[in-house]
Design a protein around this ligand. Structure first.
Ligand code: 6R9
Length: 649
């Protein structure tokens, strides 16, 4: 380890921070020694229709995993994000929308957002949506995406957002699994100067023979370009909202009623439908937003994540709006039309808190000072990072160049499954070490275990687990509680396994080392190797495929595919392109392999298991230490693979 530079707590920030160093220690202590008392108090950060008496009913026992928080309380998420702010900040901006084109922007006040949400909630009802129905959102980054989310919560519908970059096939798979009744989309999205054919993708997805649950498609008009239309099924957003009243009472929901499903990649099989419920999720998103970003009244907060990811749920929409914050929703990409776009947006809207991903930071860092050309960024106070480990160089650059060495960086570790941030600095309370997510949030009990599940004390390295529940934890996998238990609670009995490895230093700081399972992290997006492999073998010329991740300067990891073709098929440049296009079509551009390695045979054990450890080493060129190859059925494949590597593009 090279020497770690420690940044002490910034005193100016600490002076008016919600949480100081001493408060953190006291509150953390209380939160883990008496979770009932702690959450009884802090559950009040949101407004309840029926107050809760029960706090925590949770068990991590394999076979009986059961997670319930505040289970006898009722509340409504949209009322917490909107109605409760109207008296005090109805005219304050709730959402600032910044278009892909720097000339396009718009502001919605809390009053305006409330009105739009009520109207769209009534429009959903008019399309037949009832409490408990699943609504699939396949939206670009427009304010209407947030309107649609909040409208679902208002009527008690369960949303499942599918990232607009996913293909029709991927969309169809999620609709089939969730049994969604309605899709909300747009004619097209706009990103980086290019149109994304969302409505066309929906049309294609709905042609899939197993998609039988969709009754209506509501289409927001973003570009106005012509789209195909099914008069029975398709409804324009503007028509659906034109004739409905703008009053809609929020539906009282039980704390444990489903709030949303979000599909994420795992190490095996199909994407998993992570289920979050209403009360615990909202309490946790609201509280973490307030303390992790030290949000102060009137500040402008910008999270660059897409609504299609968990970060877009918890820290673009629900956390900020539940706190009455002004949240900036950006349609575009950080480097379009100029490399300095992100910094320009900060200046234009006087952003105080910026939350982005290491992959974006590294892409800008590669351009040096061009990323800040002509900008001041003097409004910035706090900056955040999420999605993957941030390397110390990128951290330092972000701190020095974007933040002018003034702003604390919160490196926030969490997952789709955790609902909110679990390990993170607090701006006024935690000394920073570049590359470390530092310490657990209130109520969070991380531990490091060896491969046998023994808890390792002190400064050490191991598998990252959680010993007890927190309110934002996922409750189940949609329709598959057994898989939920298998995936998260069977590796280490009685513990939630994150799938990540981590190191803990002598100060108790956590350093996430990355996934220890077969999940890749490409530009902060999770991709299961199994998912890409099954897309590849579905291609009619491919016999077998194995995916590994290799380090990439900007994306963090790149996708390296070993492919065995069917007998007689010759690898050509055309086939190379065809295979890449196929994966793009099956899953989406983010899953496209960067490297294709054609080979006749993969290294397998005598029982037929592919030895990925060897494939990883060959792909990264680390062939000096291949380790034990004696269990291979045919050890000669290793030398062949190493020789073939020369030709890989
Ligand atoms: C929020 C989100 C989760 C996986 C997680 C880990 C990686 C996220 C990180 C980080 C190191 C951080 N990850 N934040 N690794 N430092 N600050 O990204 O959710 O898409 O489910 O990904 O991302 O590997 O397990 P999700």
């Amino acid at each position: 380890m090279s020497e770690v530079h420690v940044y002490p707590v910034n005193q100016q920030i600490a002076e008016r921070a919600h949480i100081t160093e001493e408060q953190y220690s006291d509150m953390y202590q209380q939160s883990v020694s008496d979770p009932e008392a702690f959450w009884r108090e802090h559950g009040k950060i949101v407004d309840w229709i029926t107050p809760y008496n029960k706090i925590k009913q949770t068990s991590f026992d394999t076979g009986h995993v059961n997670i319930k928080w505040f289970e006898d309380g009722t509340l409504n998420v949209s009322a917490n994000c909107l109605d409760r702010h109207l008296a005090t900040r109805g005219d304050q901006p709730a959402i600032i929308w910044e278009g892909d084109d720097p000339a396009d922007d718009a502001t919605l006040t809390y009053n305006q957002l409330h009105q739009q949400v009520c109207q769209f909630a009534n429009a959903l009802k008019a399309q037949g949506v009832k409490k408990g129905d699943v609504v699939c959102l396949y939206m670009p980054m427009v304010a209407e995406a947030a309107v649609a989310m909040l409208a679902c919560t208002r009527v008690g519908a369960v949303h499942t957002i599918v990232f607009g970059g996913f293909s029709p096939e991927a969309l169809a798979g999620r609709i089939i699994d969730s049994k969604a009744k309605v899709v909300v989309t747009a004619d097209e999205g706009v990103r980086g100067g290019r149109a994304v054919p969302l409505k066309k993708n929906v049309d294609d997805a709905l042609k899939h023979p197993e998609v039988t649950s969709i009754e209506k498609v509501v289409v927001f008009q973003r570009t106005g370009n012509p789209v195909e239309w099914d008069n029975q099924r398709d409804v324009w957003w503007h028509d659906a909202t034109a004739a409905v009243p703008d009053h809609c009472d929020p539906e009282p929901m039980n704390a444990e009623d489903p709030l949303f499903i979000l599909y994420t990649s795992g190490s095996t099989g199909k994407p998993k439908g992570v289920l979050h419920t209403t009360g615990g999720y909202l309490v946790y998103a609201t509280m973490t937003f307030k303390y992790v970003f030290d949000y102060q009244e009137g500040e402008v907060y910008w999270c660059t994540a897409d609504v299609g990811w968990i970060t877009g749920h918890s820290y673009l929409v629900y956390g900020p709006l539940a706190n009455g914050a002004t949240t900036l929703l950006f349609e575009g990409v950080p480097n379009y039309p100029s490399t300095a776009r992100m910094s320009e947006v900060v200046d234009k809207h006087q952003v105080n808190i910026l939350y982005t991903a290491p992959t974006a930071i590294r892409a800008l860092m590669a351009k040096g000072d061009e990323a800040i050309a002509g900008t001041q960024r003097s409004s910035l106070r706090i900056m955040g990072s999420v999605g993957e480990p941030i390397n110390p160089e990128a951290w330092e650059w972000y701190h020095r160049t974007i933040g002018d060495s003034r702003c604390p960086i919160v490196d926030t570790w969490w997952q789709t499954e955790t609902g909110g941030i679990l390990i993170t600095p607090l701006p006024g309370a935690t000394a920073l070490k570049p590359g470390s997510a530092t310490r657990p949030f209130f109520g969070v009990q991380p531990a490091l275990v060896d491969n046998m599940g023994n808890i390792l004390p002190g400064a050490t390295e191991g598998n990252l687990v959680m010993l007890d529940s927190w309110p934002g934890q996922m409750r189940t996998l949609w329709g598959d509680h057994e898989r939920f238990e298998q995936t998260y609670f069977s590796t280490f009995k009685g513990m939630y396994f994150t799938g990540d490895g981590a190191r803990r230093d002598e100060d108790g700081y956590y350093w996430i080392t990355g996934r220890v399972d077969d999940v890749l992290n490409i530009s902060g997006h999770r991709m299961g190797t199994a998912e890409i492999e099954s897309a590849l073998v579905a291609f009619d010329k491919i016999a077998e495929a194995a995916i590994v991740g290799v380090p990439h300067d900007i994306k963090g990891q790149a996708i390296y595919a070993y492919i065995t073709l069917n007998d007689g098929v010759i690898p050509t440049a055309e086939l190379h392109k065809e295979v890449k296009d196929w994966v793009r079509k099956e899953i989406g551009p983010i899953a496209t392999p960067d490297f294709l390695h054609w080979t006749d045979a993969l290294p397998k054990t005598r029982s037929g298991k592919i030895m990925r450890r060897i494939l990883r080493k060959i792909a990264t060129g680390d062939t000096g230490s291949l380790g034990d190859t004696s269990t291979l059925a045919d050890p000669s494949v290793v030398d062949k693979l190493i020789a073939e590597k020369e030709k890989v593009v």
